[in-house]
Design a protein around this ligand. Structure first.
Ligand code: MSP
Length: 638
């Protein structure tokens, strides 16, 4: 019998810089779901990758003095390394710069074009000439380019458009009649009202930069980065030229995406698929954001949380557990070091870690390390068994709703119930009396059975910890099988072996200090690009007579607050020069400075004071600084 398939995707990440903990959140959820489905017997396709084209990437590469390809290759290497460290079990990693993707995106473009859904028109927007970038009305900031801050102007370029408007009614119908397609409901309502307001055709090509996939019928244009990126979900399956894999996994079971890119996935993407006559994905799920106390995480604010540093200190499973347990799917949540450390300490070190180490230690101490068989039911046993055996169904129900946090809570109900069982049965008391040896054996047996079930339940979320627990229980050789979470009394005679604590207890105060010290220094604010005036010739330059002079005297201008009036000696000549620097320097600070002067500037009168020449200052946009020199007074500067 062929297995049922399950296809899950994450967004493909921009390789503009390294990923932070917010990015890992979605991938960790997708990984847990993929592992859960594999355990449930599905043939899983878990896809992730990188979105490597577009103007932003080209710009970052330019700034680094690299080709865009070199730049993305370097960052993608780091992203793959991160997923390896985090033991992410993806089945395919698609890069949009790969030939398999490029050729298929061009095929997709042509199919939509041949269908009559793509036409050539004119794109009007706000253009920043130095950045060669088009911006929309909402992107510009007070009439300035959001990237460089320089003024933008209205401009037009010819471009290709996708007839998104044609699919408006079908999209409205989709949101109205298929509520499962887009969840949570708040996002679906947003998209429904967005579609009802009217969808305009979408500009899907650009000619103001070239880091993209060429439009096959017009090589001056590159395909809009979102059309390119969204296609990854089918190009990775071989669409349209390798139907076998495509037919096996498509339609996708779920696209997991962050809330801000829901619109692309629930409007543009389905419309593209409608145009291609390809069935729609079954579900798009929009998750919330992990925020910091100051708001969003961002590289330029220097407030990102680096997952690698957390993993080095606490391990992959502790981080995964925290991400999946702490945040409620669909909602934003706050990250603080304290919340994370508390989760790790209470849930992992105290509840789970202690349960395993106490149980294994007791089996070693009271039964020489051999797991005793079941010897008849006693008080508390039925309740423990019922809780442990009932958990797998509850976890499945939570996973159906993508409620990772609740699924873990269900598992921790078993963990806490099992800890309570130790307190109730008091094995150390039973061990004191030979007559209660059988009862002691059963208690130890039941504890090990409950922990075995826990090891199965946590497997999708923390597979390394699951394996470590199974090693300590002496069942390392057995494959983790979900159906074994519905069975009790499976073990007898195994040799248990105490290992290191699975989660060491943390000194929270000390860790908080250590994490504060690890914090990234705020990144340097991005320097505004240095501007240069138009070229001049050497002859032009030679017209300017630059000389070294010394300010002998200086006073405030009698009529203008901003001006200072200096007597400047240049060689044998002493003259008066007026400078607009009163905001920055006092007359006393000016006096005695050896400066560079434009000596042949035509004299003018400034508010009644003659000015013959100009003293040079360096200007950083905020403040002026002296351009001083050690050279002799009267020297020429050339
Ligand atoms: N390249 C596009 C996606 C194209 S999919 C066809 C993109 N890339 S991204 O790198 O900017 O973001 C990828 C995902 O990371 C988004 O889903 C986004 O919501 C998610 N996150 C980025 N910061 C996040 C948090 N702080 N918290 C949770 N998720 C966040 O968009």
């Amino acid at each position: 019998m062929t297995k049922k398939t399950y296809y899950i995707s994450t967004p493909i990440y921009y390789p503009s810089s390294n990923l932070h903990i917010g990015h890992t959140y979605c991938t960790v959820m997708a990984d847990a779901m993929a592992r859960f489905k594999r355990l449930a017997g599905y043939d899983v396709m878990f896809l992730t990758g990188t979105d490597e084209h577009g103007q932003k990437i080209q710009k970052v590469a330019d700034e680094k003095g690299m080709s865009p390809q070199q730049h993305v290759d370097e960052i993608v290497e780091g992203i793959k390394e991160l997923w390896k460290t985090m033991e992410i079990s993806y089945d395919d990693f698609i890069r949009t710069t790969e030939p398999r993707h490029i050729k298929r995106v061009q095929n997709i473009f042509m199919k939509m074009y041949e269908k009559g859904d793509i036409y050539k028109g004119e794109y009007e927007g706000w253009y920043c000439t130095p950045c060669e970038a088009f911006w929309t009305e909402t992107q510009i900031e007070e009439g300035k380019c959001p990237d460089c801050g320089r003024p933008v102007e209205k401009a037009k370029e010819s471009a290709y458009f996708f007839k998104l408007s044609k699919y408006q009614d079908r999209l409205i119908d989709l949101f109205e009649n298929n509520p499962e397609f887009l969840q949570p409901d708040t996002r679906r309502n947003e998209m429904l009202s967005f579609a009802r307001q009217g969808l305009e055709d979408l500009c899907i090509s650009r000619s103001s930069f070239n880091w993209g996939i060429p439009v096959p019928i017009d090589e001056k244009h590159v395909i809009y980065v979102w059309l390119d990126a969204l296609s990854n979900y089918i190009t990775a399956l071989g669409y349209p030229d390798e139907p076998e894999k495509f037919d096996k996994y498509w339609p996708c079971d779920v696209h997991l995406v962050g809330k801000e890119i829901v619109r692309f996935h629930s409007i543009i993407w389905p419309a593209m698929l409608m145009s291609l006559d390809v069935p729609l994905p079954k579900k798009v799920l929009g998750h919330g954001w992990i925020l910091l106390e100051g708001g969003k995480m961002s590289k330029s604010r220097g407030n990102i949380v680096d997952p690698v540093k957390l993993i080095e200190r606490y391990g992959v499973d502790a981080l995964k557990y925290f991400l999946l347990r702490e945040y409620t799917f669909g909602q934003d949540g706050l990250y603080t070091n304290e919340v994370m450390l508390n989760r790790m300490n209470f849930d992992l070190a105290n509840d789970l870690g202690n349960l395993v180490s106490r149980t294994v230690a007791m089996i070693e101490k009271y039964n020489g390390g051999t797991l005793p068989p079941f010897k008849g039911e006693g008080e508390f046993d039925a309740d423990l068994k019922a809780v442990a055996l009932g958990a797998a169904d509850k976890v499945e129900a939570c996973m159906d709703r993508f409620s990772f946090s609740q699924a873990l809570e269900e598992i921790w109900i078993v963990v806490r119930r099992t800890n309570k069982y130790i307190d109730e049965t008091m094995p150390w008391v039973l061990a004191k009396d030979e007559s209660t040896k059988d009862r002691l054996d059963t208690v130890l047996h039941n504890l090990a059975e409950a922990i075995r079930i826990i090891s199965i339940l946590i497997y999708p979320f923390m597979h390394t910890t699951s394996k470590e627990i199974r090693k300590q229980l002496g069942i390392w050789y057995a494959d983790v099988a979900w159906e074994d979470a519905f069975r009790f009394n499976m073990m007898s005679g195994e040799t248990v072996k105490k290992g290191d604590p699975i989660f060491p207890r943390l000194d929270i105060e000390k860790e908080l200090e250590a994490l504060a010290a690890l914090k990234d220094e705020p990144a340097e604010p991005e320097a505004a690009p240095t501007e240069f005036k138009p070229e001049i010739t050497i002859e032009d330059f030679e017209k300017i007579d630059l000389k070294v002079g010394e300010i002998l005297e200086c006073k405030k201008h009698p009529k203008a607050d901003k001006l200072l009036v200096s007597q400047v000696k240049i060689g044998t000549d002493t003259r008066q020069i007026v400078s607009g620097v009163a905001k920055y320097y006092t007359p006393e600070e000016m006096k005695g400075k050896k400066v560079i002067v434009v000596a042949n500037l035509k004299p003018i009168s400034l508010r009644g004071e003659e000015s013959k020449g100009m003293i040079l200052f360096a200007d950083n946009g905020e403040k002026l600084a002296f351009v001083t020199t050690d050279a002799e007074n009267g020297n020429s500067v050339n």
